[in-house]
Design a protein around this ligand. Sequence first.
Ligand SMILES: Cc1ncc(C[n+]2csc(CCOP(=O)(O)OP(=O)(O)O)c2C)c(N)n1
Length: 608
Amino acid sequence: MKYDLLDIKDPSFLKDLSIKELTELAEDIRSFLIEKIARTGGHLSPNLGTVELIIALHTVFDSPQDRLVFDVGHQAYTHKILTGRAKEFETLRQYKGLSGFLKKSESIHDVFEAGHSSTSLAAVSGMSIANDSEGRVVGLIGDGALTSGMAFEALNFLGGRNDIKPIIILNDNEMSISRNIGFFAKLLNNLKTKRFIQVIRSISHKIFPKFVVKVIQRLELGIKKILVKNTFFEDLGFKHFGPLNGHNLEELIRYFRIAKDIKKPIAIHVITEKGRGYPLAENDTQGIWHGVGPFDIETGKPLKNLEKNSVSYSTIVSETLEENLASGKDIKIVIPAMIVGSKLSNILSKYPDHIIDVGIAEQLAVTMAAGIATEGKHVFVPIYSTFLQRAYDQVNHDVCRQNLHVVFGIDRAGLVGADGETHQGIFDIPFLRHIPNMTIIHPLGMRELKASIHYAFYQHNGPIAIRYERGVTEIEQDAGVSFDLKWTILNKGESKIAFVAFGSILHQVLSELSSLDVTVVNARSIKPLDKDVLNMLNDHTIITYEESVLSGGFGSSILEFYHDQKSIPTIHCMGFKDAYIKEGTKEELLNENKLSKDDVIKVIKSYM
Ligand SMILES: Cc1ncc(C[n+]2csc(CCOP(=O)(O)OP(=O)(O)O)c2C)c(N)n1
């Protein structure tokens, strides 16, 4: 029986399908995903790898009575299709469209939301404790997500409880975004060798002559000695199944049914192939097909090319670091799992000793950097604004309290677009600004960004966070620009109105504000403020702007400054109100929140 994916309302129909029909369904879903993601962009490889896994989950478990919890939620497109959302894929990750992650507002089958990694097992812990029904709580977590401390903490907790019965499914594709790292990745590899041995054993006596079988048995004994130690999940207190072939529906369904009937904490190790069904993604060892923009299915080429004469901020940072390394500077770069997004693949291949990928372990990255700084070495932590949220205490307690010279590269500072509310980089200013010893800068354009990196390493001491936006800026020649913490006046106007801001909005409004005779200030140091400039402006009407939440942010710090001065000019702060910002293009979101270039001009004119 053929099912039109667009007609699926809920997953109950799966229970009546044969393995052959489920296999056909998996093929249909895979083609659908490739076709749709090629048009809209999205998480391609993670979703191609989980098609059978999610079909099997929905075949055996009864969602939503059985709770399916997806780690990150970036691999759950098949879940969206099976729960009646195929029609909405045209709007995937777009303004007011289908979210790229789970959303309770979209479906009763989305029981727990995420976007950041490694939260699933903690959620499963809480839900297992609180769930009074007969339903099972099932967590699906990737091998990359399992490298995070919180996931390990939850494993430790869950394995120690005999009174609850969570089911953990480990989706092991040996990849985080890039290759997975660390001891646990090796351990999983050994467990896979075990499966390889089982398969060899089962077929060897059928196909090989006796003496070859003997050699195989000896080899097996040797390998088993290594494997004796690999009872990781069992030692932690789980009943363990696997490794299973994550693309074999029959095998998955059989084991999921067995697990459903066992009332204990269970861990099922499933091996999948990331990107399965799209050869370019299958062969991707770097992680470039993990998350993609729209692309041509035949050639794999992106449909949108970089604007001419422009370069991404992440590339500028990466190239500047590379120039430093090429000139013999000893800089260590500690990065939590984002080599591709941070454009650091070149450095990884040319200077592998200088880059340390710690996996999805932001807290480890920050305190490791504190350790490196303690030894007097230069250290750089490139980290997306949103993911730094996880390491607040490490920034505060380990780096800033000890006033250590750690340079943070806060990537994706500001709106990020399609990833939506879990990923917008709009909280770092308030949560860094109140930490003693921290300096926060937001250089303007390519030249200043390059110069600020030089400043941060060689002229600054103590912790410093360099913010830079997602997206591109104009290519500028590096004409010996220097950087310091003084603000610069981009236009001196006569109108007694000043626009005080940082980042790309300045480029957008400068010429119009100059023609309106408005003073335009590049407030490139967010902390400390430039008191000389603020004292000079105390008879002006001041409009501040930040692509960030207003509460506790840059505008607030200006209000605090003038309040302390006891002379308060009119101040109008533009920024995000107290709400999460959903997915959409930067333009759409700025328009919706009255923060576009036109809104700035409108506000300024209202004071003229
Ligand atoms: C706290 C946090 N850090 C980084 C990321 C970015 N990120 C999204 S998915 C992913 C890799 C996850 O790997 P895995 O769990 O193995 O899932 P796979 O994509 O391989 O299916 C990373 C690093 C994130 N979402 N959250």
